[in-house]
Structures are given as structure tokens and as C-alpha cells.
Design a protein around this ligand. Structure first.
Ligand code: FES
Length: 182
């Protein structure tokens, strides 16, 4: 795993604050676009993403994965604190992110490798960088991991999953054909 870390060293750094500010405008536009698109999808399916409590800030430690189902039962996802500013990250350091654990290649399970600080697929070893929005850095995976949108209740520190950016592997709609998480 240290080899992977060395190989990817130029890509591993978390997004700089300057880059984050530069991309904030794009992110805002994307949020509006996603909002518009999801609005249309919701109108079609009459479904909306649930708000599900995942953890509390007190319990989130650097590179300690917290696994959960979202947006439906069995749709495995993983939350982690990358320890540095990440685009789309939340928390005091904007370092907390979450991703679907279904590989975009053939849907095998992806999980966090704490040594390399990468998300690695158990089947054909695709590697995704959680510090770069789940971007593929190696292997046959054709696209980034879907990112779970998170929100924090500032009064309690509770962290909620509130949506998913991207289609989870094998699904035609992230919200169909499954049981709701409560
Ligand atoms: S299913 Fe993950 S790399 Fe093939």
C-alpha cells in the first residue's frame, strides 16, 4: 500500500483552499443544476432523498471509516475524515466526506484502506481517492464513486446524509427498488 501512496503522491494532496474558493462558484452552479435535475427526477418518481443521521462529529476520527446504508437499505456507503480540506467536505475542517461502496466497474465492494488513505475495490483493485471526490486513480473503474451529500446540525453536531451525487452501480435510480433506511 505504501507503493500506491508513493505512486499517487502528486494526486493525493487535499484540495487547496485557493482551489476550493475557485471551484466554489462551479459547485454552486452544480448544486443549482443538480437541484433542478433532482427536482425533475422527483417529479417523475415522487421520491426524495431521505435525511438520515449517520454519526455525530464527536465520533468521527481521522481515517476511521463509518459504514452505513444510504439512501436505501443495503446501499452500502462509507464516511471518513480525510484530515484536510476536501471539495464537498463538511465539518470544521471541511474534511468529512462519504461515498458509495459499490465500485463503478462491476459493483464489487470498495472500502477504505487506512494505510494508503485510498478506497480500494476487492475484486480488480480499482483505487479511488477520497480526497479528490472519489476520483479513480488506478484500475478498470470507468468513473468516480458516487458521493453522498452530508449536512451537519450545528446545534447538536449530528451528521446527516441528504443525497447522492451520481448513480450507484447497477441502478437506474438510486431511490427505487429497495427499502427505506429509517
Ligand atoms: S468490480 Fe471493482 S475493479 Fe472490478
Amino acid at each position: 500500500m505504501s507503493e500506491i501512496k508513493e505512486k499517487q503522491s502528486s494526486n493525493e494532496e487535499c484540495i487547496s483552499r485557493r482551489k476550493l474558493l475557485k471551484t466554489a462558484g462551479c459547485a454552486g452552479a452544480a448544486a443549482i443544476l443538480i437541484g433542478g435535475l433532482s427536482g425533475r427526477a422527483e417529479a417523475a418518481s415522487v421520491k426524495t432523498y431521505p435525511q438520515v443521521k449517520i454519526a455525530n462529529l464527536r465520533n468521527v476520527k481521522e481515517w476511521k471509516p463509518i459504514r452505513f446504508d444510504y439512501p436505501l437499505l443495503g446501499r452500502k456507503s462509507v464516511l471518513m475524515d480525510c484530515g484536510c480540506v476536501v471539495e464537498g467536505g463538511i465539518g470544521p475542517n471541511r474534511s468529512i466526506v462519504a461515498y458509495s461502496m459499490f465500485c463503478s466497474h462491476l459493483g464489487c465492494s470498495v472500502d477504505l484502506d487506512r494505510d494508503s488513505e485510498m478506497l480500494i475495490c476487492e475484486c480488480h483493485q480499482s483505487i479511488y481517492n477520497p480526497k479528490e471526490s472519489g476520483r479513480v486513480v488506478e484500475g478498470p473503474a470507468p468513473s468516480s464513486l458516487p458521493m453522498v451529500s452530508l449536512n451537519i446540525d450545528s446545534s447538536t453536531g449530528d451528521i446527516y446524509a441528504i443525497g447522492v451525487a451520481g448513480l450507484i452501480y447497477g441502478l437506474r435510480n438510486n431511490l427505487l427498488d429497495g427499502e427505506e433506511v429509517t
